[in-house]
Ligand binder design. Sequence first.
Ligand SMILES: Nc1ncnc2c1ncn2[C@@H]1O[C@H](COP(=O)(O)OP(=O)(O)OP(=O)(O)O)[C@@H](O)[C@H]1O
Length: 358
Amino acid sequence: MSERLVAAFRLARPEFTLEVALDLPARGITVIFGRSGCGKTTLLRCLAGLEPQAAGHCRVGEEVWQDDRQFLPPHRRSLGYVFQEPGLFPHLTVRGNLEFGYRRVPAGQRRVPFDDAVRLMGLEELLARRPEQLSGGQRQRVAVARALLASPCLLLLDEPLAALDAESKAAILPYLERLHDELAIPMVYVTHAVDEMARLADTLVLMEDGRVRACGEPNTLLTDPALPLAHLDEAGVVLAGKVLRHDDAYHLSEVAVGEHALVVGRSPLPPGAPARVRVLARDVSLTLQRATGSSIVNILPVRIEELGPDRDAARVLLRLSLDGAPLLARVTRRSADELGLRPGMTVYAQVKAVALMR
Ligand SMILES: Nc1ncnc2c1ncn2[C@@H]1O[C@H](COP(=O)(O)OP(=O)(O)OP(=O)(O)O)[C@@H](O)[C@H]1O
């Protein structure tokens, strides 16, 4: 049986109550997503044992951290915590910072080899530097590697990219994405940024007003018209695939998603590597026939599963199926009427290569 992270907390503050119950796979990345003030950090603090007032229970695999009889303080929970600010030791080099936690774990209990953490976070060239000689994004990569090397049962990350500018954030996301496939340590990752959520989540927890509104497989939640996620400006899905080949002359790459090859902007990943492609609803248009002579490179046969109102009265939101993989599209209500779009129809979804985000 695969391990689970099972927790329930109730914490009442004067103007805010957290009341959650979670049963999550203790593997991969679970993203806690929700708007500012909904209680994401409070939930993470409960998991860490930083809120002793919280009633409830918490268990990671076989390890019980909290129940009716006991409450383990934070230092007795096998967890790592990465905050917005990396908090590295300024007097130690990157190597020294990484070795600090690693050395304290008995060799037989280490879950991540030293060189693996260095490689995963791309720190090979930075080991001799001190924190002040690193960019914010590099410092945060060191903080994640250091937390991994302490071999916790659970790694908690609270908006680790929030203090970074857009460029540094874009640079660090591929390192975090690697953790999906290569990491033995489950992570709970708090963010209110849609792009981070979409790119990193293996499991998604949507929070609202101190409660869990929905929890499950990201694409299922992202395409559910009853949830606010499908109505965000950046609504869309994430398709899992594999890099097929690169076209260096045109700076493009092809990613295989099921039977289909999607043309995307040049990927830094090697052919054969797993890749996740994000397709935004606003970038998908629909045609009844396969267009020819179009500048659109990705034309995919899809079935309309559901068609309903969008937040914008001029548009409709469509949930589509690409051989079972979900897609979202947002088109004008007029186009939908003119084309006679309705559930059950097979149509063609068009997506520009540049609109596909790796
Ligand atoms: N120490 C505290 N005492 C009283 N209220 C608090 C305390 N810390 C947070 N709160 C309140 O609890 C609620 C949840 O805060 P929390 O920090 O968990 O939200 P969040 O979803 O992480 O928000 P953000 O994305 O802005 O960090 C908020 O209304 C906040 O004002």
